[in-house]
Ligand binder design. Structure first.
Ligand code: IPM
Ligand code: MN
Length: 348
């Protein structure tokens, strides 16, 4: 029996999650032994439990084989002292999910590379971090700070994992940093070069983040495995989502080498369109593709779901966010997209 914990979260989370659950229920119908559990994270957890992630939910997470998360955040909690996003950051940290794999893949355009984002360190978690009032030029002035910080062990584990993943791909790694300015990036680059000595058959190159944003769009075929820090990975993955269609299409898995992994789309909670049945469910459906592949080790199931999604797109159906991409013509709702994918997943 496989225990999958569903954390729909906020905004469009519940409506896209519903589409993923349809597919999981189809798997159960087909005989797969999957147990579905539900819980809260983010703003909805703040509303219900006054915390963005409770100890009890963390316990349930640790006891699950996989977690599927929708998204967190929204205007509603703009003035809340605890932010919904904190729930997600806590979850990543508590489960030691240090590597976030974001495939940039589009069969229509022959695009296929991975962004591997460090997920447990850097400026997201670095201390000191804070805000206070100080006298600057004799004027009381707000003063705020975050710290980009990486230790050797944190860099080594993500770099090693990336090299190992690269062995099953094109054996080509691009590391992205800002080592012309940041000392933390200098250490990052040094460690990538050091680890590369143990992988003589893998080609390694380095790019500065500013120039990388251009290369990723212009020469995306030159990339196979991209490794980078937490904040740079956050930014370039949103950027690269446009290569594949829209931000709504990117899936991800966060892993820690041993236990529970977390599957989630890369997009946010899009509160402006929440509840309208127009959100793109592809990010979460492709995250389920990754679950079938990484957790169940079931290539047949993952291929089946992947091609069901692309079949619907190849018919010209899409959600509204993609209306200007490819030759999509027929705009359909979140529910309709989910139903069509589920139909082909089951019958094709
Ligand atoms: C992401 C999101 C999160 C992040 C937010 C919601 C905390 O943007 O997963 O990319 O910054 O990591
Ligand atoms: Mn992001």
């Amino acid at each position: 029996m496989i225990n999958i914990l569903i954390l729909p979260g906020d905004g469009i989370g519940p409506e896209i999650m519903k589409q993923a659950v349809k597919i999981i229920k189809t798997c159960i119908y087909l005989g797969y032994k999957i147990n579905i559990l539900y819980n809260y994270i983010g703003g909805i957890s703040l509303d219900k439990n006054r915390q963005p992630l409770t100890e009890n939910t963390i316990k349930i997470c640790l006891n699950s084989d996989a977690i599927i998360l929708g998204c967190v955040g929204g205007y509603k909690w703009n003035n809340s002292p605890l932010k919904p996003e904190l729930g997600l950051l806590m979850l990543r940290k508590k489960l030691n999910l240090f590597a976030n794999i974001r495939p940039i893949k589009c069969p229509f355009k022959n695009i296929d590379f991975l962004i591997i984002r460090e997920l447990n360190g850097g400026i997201y978690y670095g201390k000191p971090k804070g805000i206070s009032k100080q006298l600057i030029n004799n004027v009381p002035t707000w003063y705020s700070y975050d710290t980009e910080i990486y230790n050797e062990q944190e860099i080594i584990r993500i770099v090693k994992l990336s090299f190992n993943l690269s062995l099953n791909r094109k054996k080509k790694i691009t590391s992205i940093d800002k080592s012309n300015v940041l000392i933390s990036s200098k250490l990052w680059r040094k460690i990538v070069n050091y680890i590369s000595n143990f992988y003589q058959n893998i080609k390694v190159n380095h790019l500065y983040i500013d120039y990388a944003t251009i290369e990723l769009i212009k020469n995306y075929n030159n990339f196979d495995v991209v490794i980078t820090s937490n904040i740079f990975g956050d930014i370039i993955s949103d950027q690269c989502s446009l290569l594949t269609g829209s931000l709504g299409m990117l899936p991800s898995v966060s892993i820690n080498n041993k236990s529970t992994c977390l599957f989630e789309p890369c997009h946010g909670s899009a509160p402006d369109i929440a509840g309208k049945n127009i959100a793109n469910p592809i990010g979460i459906l492709l995250s389920l593709v990754m679950l079938f592949e990484y957790l169940l080790n079931n290539k047949i199931l993952s291929n089946k779901l992947f091609y069901s999604i692309y079949k619907i797109l190849s018919f010209g159906f899409c959600t509204i966010d993609m209306k200007n991409f490819f030759k999509f013509k027929k705009i359909i709702s979140t529910e309709e997209f989910g139903d069509l994918v589920n139909y082909y997943f089951l019958y094709d």
